[in-house]
Design a protein around this ligand. Structure first.
Ligand SMILES: Nc1nc2c(ncn2[C@@H]2O[C@H](COP(=O)(O)OP(=O)(O)OP(=O)(O)O)[C@@H](O)[C@H]2O)c(=O)[nH]1
Length: 699
């Protein structure tokens, strides 16, 4: 069917298509790096924060404990320095004398001991002699005996006159842990004994270890004292029910008598300061800090579970990350929206461009009467543009089946067109075809030209053929008119304007053509040269206008004498004519010459200057007929008289003219109004041509 031309619609291809994905990738990379950096910074920051606060708590508690200890020792020192108390005790210890009785003195001392319990919050207070025996206890108090280790401290206190601490102790038969101090008493230089002061650690010391500023679930402070291979925990445990002083932690695995291992305590005891990471007595990962209590062999270890310490930090970190991620998502969402918006805009612009191009295409099709189409091989149908449908006379926007298209083809051309169509589809080769149709809408016959092609990239070539179709009816009509005009011109150019027979150019072409044909076919070719006799005299007598009419009449008579296809009557020039007779032998040519003579005579044109008796217009005819092949052989084999040294192969046909002319000359010589067949005698008389006699016998 119709034409095919690939329909190329200029489309504004987005130039930097890669920009958006690359920018998004870079943005994601930057955001990721920033998030990672931020996470690291935050983690570092939180770690420092936690370590600093743990350290601060540890220091605070150490100060509290040190202060508590020094107060206890201060109390003891004050009692040692109390001269009144020492004097009273000394009196009470002496044998009874006049004055205050032992009972009264005892009452005074007991009163003093009670005041220590009541005002200084000591749990137990007792007066012991230099051997460590309890002499007097605060009222209603059951005092244990000094233990063997404590007697050394007592002796030290009495010898140095300085209070000595007994440390934290578990009193036999009681669950309470006491902190004991020995305050020596002297009567002058004489040691009297000592006050044994016991303060309940549970109510006065241990609360200092619980001063945590937060409500952590795992935070804990341990007061420990280093032994030889193990560490004794002096304070109660938060996560276990072990009594103070009962738990011993090994300094290393398998420590002597140690019950548990605690790496943070081991590190602290080994001198580790700052933040310590390890496992506690429960086996939990902890973060700890340790410090020595000044003036003692105590260490305070403050610790918290790592998981708990960082859970809050992690939670806050995740919160920050979540915030950042939300911002990133919002930013990406914004970018995506912008991208989509731009894509939508681009699509809209492309659609507008496409629409505009389609309008232009439609307009161009209309202006050029060109429509486009698509042929679907599978469905065997055409999709036609509006212009294509118009050309074929189908309804607009119609899908036309192959059958419908075949129906509009001109019946006699149908088979040929279908063959071409099939071959094109088979070979996937472009096709240009002009054919006639009977328009479906009104049955009018129209010429169309179809260009068919297949997609350049090959995609879909198997299923589709595209093309354009143009109504070329007007062009065809113009071409036909042009062709007719050209033929007319051709005829005119080869026709003599006066006589309407062929002119010299047509004669030359005919001679060359027939000469070649005769040469190929081995046939004869005859030429008759015709000259009107004494035509100068006719002109002189009747005038040139009459001369022209005479020429026309003679030409008509000559033309009437030849009827065979290929025979040609031409005006050779002036009053001379030539008659070309392809295939005529000498006899036939002479017969024609005779007919020419008779035909001119039959015109019966008056010619006052004629040489004949009737004074009528007459002609002389030179006749020649040659076997072209033979003549050519002769001409090329040896020189021919008359042709001269300038003769060249290819001009053989001039010999025909020469012979006819020689015969004509002979006819004139013989008196005119006759024909002469060329013979050797004609050549002989050619040399006399310049002295050719006139009609009146003059040269
Ligand atoms: N009227 C007219 N005369 C022509 C035309 N062409 C040539 N002539 C004349 O034809 C005459 C030819 O004269 P010549 O060549 O002397 O020959 P002739 O008088 O016919 O004598 P012969 O040929 O010897 O019989 C000249 O006078 C030309 O002027 C033409 O087209 N019209």
């Amino acid at each position: 069917m119709p034409s095919t031309t690939e329909i190329r619609i200029p489309v504004a291809v987005p130039r930097r298509w890669w920009f958006t994905p690359v920018a998004l990738g870079l943005l994601l990379a930057v955001v990721g790096t920033l998030l990672w950096w931020f996470t690291q910074q935050r983690e570092q920051h939180y770690r420092h924060q936690i370590e600093a606060s743990l350290n601060a708590i540890n220091q605070l508690q150490i100060h509290g404990i040190a202060d508590w200890r020094s107060r206890r020792l201060g109390d003891a020192q004050a009692l040692t320095d109390d001269a009144l108390l020492a004097h009273t005790v000394a009196q009470w210890l002496r044998p009874p004398q006049a004055g205050r009785g032992p009972q009264e003195l005892q009452e005074q001392i007991a009163q003093r001991l009670r005041s220590l319990v009541e005002h200084l919050q000591y749990s137990k207070v007792a007066l012991v002699d230099p051997q460590g025996r309890v002499l007097l206890a605060a009222p209603q108090q059951d005092m244990p005996a000094l233990q063997a280790g404590d007697l050394a401290a007592l002796a030290e206190a009495l010898s140095t006159a300085l209070p000595q601490e007994l440390g934290l102790q578990q009193v036999q038969g009681q669950s309470t842990t006491f902190f004991s101090v020995i305050a020596p008493l002297f009567d002058g230089e004489q040691p009297l004994g000592a006050l044994w002061l016991m303060v309940d650690a549970r109510s006065t010391l241990y609360p200092l270890l619980q001063t945590w500023p937060n409500n952590s679930r795992s935070a804990e402070s341990l007061l420990v004292r280093r032994g030889r291979d193990a560490v004794t925990v002096l304070s109660p445990l938060r996560h276990r029910s072990d009594a103070p002083l009962s738990l011993r932690l090994a300094l290393q695995d398998g420590g002597d008598g140690a019950e548990e291992n605690d790496t943070t305590v081991a590190l602290a005891v080994a001198g580790g300061r700052g933040t310590l990471y390890g496992r506690d007595y429960r086996g939990h990962d902890v973060l700890a800090t340790a410090g020595a209590v000044p003036g003692s062999d105590w260490l305070l270890i403050s610790k918290i579970d790592t998981a708990e310490a960082f859970s809050d930090a992690r939670w806050r970190q995740w919160l920050a990350l979540g915030l950042l991620a939300s911002l990133a998502v919002i930013a990406l969402g914004g970018l995506f929206v912008v991208w989509q918006w731009r894509a939508w805009q681009r699509e809209r612009m492309l659609k507008q461009t496409l629409q505009q191009q389609m309008h232009w295409l439609e307009a161009a099709q209309k202006a050029a009467s060109i429509g486009y189409f698509l042929y679907d091989r599978k469905r065997r149908c055409y999709q036609l543009s509006r212009m294509s449908a118009d050309i074929f006379g189908f309804a607009p926007q119609q899908s036309v089946s192959l059958k419908q298209w075949i129906a509009v083809l001109e019946p006699q051309e149908r088979e040929h067109i279908l063959q071409e169509h099939e071959q094109t589809l088979k070979g996937l080769k472009p096709l240009r075809l002009q054919y006639r149709i009977r328009r479906a809408s009104d049955g009018a016959q129209r010429w169309v030209e179809a260009w068919c092609e297949f997609p350049e990239d090959g995609a879909g070539a198997g299923v589709a053929m595209m093309g354009t179709v143009q109504d070329i009816t007007e062009r065809k009509r113009d071409e036909a008119e042009l062709q007719a005009y050209r033929q007319q011109l051709e005829t005119r150019v080869r026709t003599d304007a006066l006589t309407q027979v062929a002119n010299r150019m047509a004669l030359d072409e005919a001679i060359a053509r027939e000469w070649a044909r005769a040469q190929r076919g081995g046939t004869t070719l005859a030429l008759l040269m015709v000259d009107i006799d004494a035509f100068k005299a006719f002109n002189d007598h009747y005038g040139h206008l009459a001369g022209d009419q005479c020429l026309q009449a003679v030409a008509g008579a000559l033309a009437g004498c030849v009827a065979r296809s290929g025979d040609l009557v031409a005006r050779y020039g002036g009053e001379e004519f030539a008659v070309l007779l392809p295939g005529a032998d000498a006899a036939q040519a002479c017969a024609v010459a005779q007919r020419l003579l008779l035909a001119v005579r039959a015109l019966d044109l008056a010619h006052a200057g004629a040489g004949n008796a009737q004074r009528r217009v007459s002609i002389s005819v030179g006749v020649t007929s040659v076997d072209v092949q033979q003549l050519c052989f002769v001409l090329r084999g040896r020189p021919v008289a008359g042709l001269g040294p300038s003769w060249v192969p290819g001009e053989d046909c001039l010999e025909l003219l020469r012979q006819a002319d020689a015969a004509l000359y002979q006819a004139k010589q013989r008196g005119r109004d006759q024909w002469v067949l060329y013979g050797p005698d004609c050549d002989a008389s050619l040399s006399d041509r310049t002295t050719r006699p006139s009609m009146d016998g003059k040269p």
